[in-house]
Design a protein around this ligand. Structure first.
Ligand code: NAD
Length: 233
């Protein structure tokens, strides 16, 4: 795969603006696409606020923050992603929405480009199947808030090639994340394990085993979780 210089990000919401932020901070040019100017403006204003916070904390200089912001180009046409070596989709969590985006990304991006999804729960294999390049489709699951959270689940679809996996694993590291390899299964690892935990915590309260505060305290004080499952939910 040719060296990636430009990354397309689809969706400028909670996750998309965070992904654009970390890509730009790592030195990549970013083309950020959403459906309406108001959604792009909101995403960009969040990025500016979060970059300013990093400057205030001494993690970035003001100049580095300005340079990162200047690397992000907001666009309202998906065709503007035609020069991207990688696209990371972070649109609404609906299969039909993502399938349409993947069909279009496969049409617009260069033949060698990688198409990644930040989906929390949709099958990567199924998304890959709407394109004619399933070997180049992969899951890249970031965590909220993206500029802060260390983890990146890198999810292999059934047909994801080793070259695609290696490129995205390396990209994740360049973005400052610690990637973990995961195979395509409902909820991947994070949500597969987390959701039953949250459900059980709710049942514990419903069955009168303990109050919500007590359930959370068990996890914070007994298991060193930074917050309990009910607070997290
Ligand atoms: P969000 O609602 O904040 O943002 C979604 C954005 O996608 C919106 O700006 C919307 O306008 C845009 N969008 C919708 N359809 C589009 C299209 N066809 N083309 C381009 N843009 C489109 O949602 P979010 O929380 O950022 O979640 C995005 C994805 O990330 C989902 O797949 C979600 O499961 C996943 N995710 C979310 C979290 C989280 O904590 N919020 C964590 C990990 C993964």
């Amino acid at each position: 795969m040719a060296e990636v210089r430009t990354i397309g990000v689809v969706g400028a919401g909670t996750m998309g603006n965070g992904i654009a932020h970390v890509c730009a901070r790592a030195g990549f040019a970013v083309v950020l696409y959403d459906l309406q100017q108001a959604f792009l403006d909101r995403g960009l204003s969040t990025i500016e606020k979060n970059l300013a916070r990093e400057v205030a904390k001494g993690k970035l200089t003001a100049q580095q923050a300005d340079e990162a912001r200047a690397r992000i180009t907001p666009v309202l046409e998906l065709d503007a992603l035609s020069g991207c070596g990688v696209a990371i989709e972070a649109a609404t969590e609906k299969f039909a929405v993502k399938a349409e985006i993947f069909r279009n990304l496969a049409r617009v991006l260069p033949a060698g480009a990688i198409l990644a999804s930040n989906t929390s729960s949709i099958s990567i294999t199924k998304l890959a199947a709407v394109t004619a390049r399933p070997a180049q489709v992969i899951g890249m699951h970031f965590f909220n808030p993206v500029p802060v959270m260390q983890l990146g689940e890198v999810i292999r679809g059934l047909q994801t090639s080793q070259a695609t996996f290696d490129a995205v694993y390396g990209l994740s590291q360049k973005l400052g994340k610690t990637p973990v390899e995961v195979h395509d299964a409902a909820g991947f690892v994070s949500n597969r394990v987390l959701m039953p935990l949250i459900n059980e915590a709710v049942y514990a309260v419903m069955e009168g085993i303990a109050t919500a505060e007590a359930v959370d305290k068990v996890f914070v004080l007994g298991m060193a979780h930074p917050m309990g499952p009910l607070t997290l939910a």
